[in-house]
Design a protein around this ligand. Structure first.
Ligand SMILES: [Zn+2]
Ligand SMILES: [Zn+2]
Length: 53
């Protein structure tokens, strides 16, 4: 059971299609839910502030 949350909208990542990757700058884990991925909502790293599509 995961308690991860979307980095962009803070929704719990329960849905299929969510994605997890490491921040290219600092390596912290970035998570995005299906909805944010579909809509290309930009993320910003909670640690270093790096943002991207
Ligand atoms: Zn989201
Ligand atoms: Zn970062």
């Amino acid at each position: 059971m995961s308690d991860k949350k979307c980095t962009s909208c803070s929704a719990p990542l329960a849905e299929e299609g969510s994605t997890v990757f490491a921040c290219p700058m600092c390596g912290v884990e970035i998570t995005r839910c299906y909805r944010c991925r579909e809509q290309s909502i930009p993320y910003s790293c909670p640690k270093c502030g790096f943002g991207g599509p």
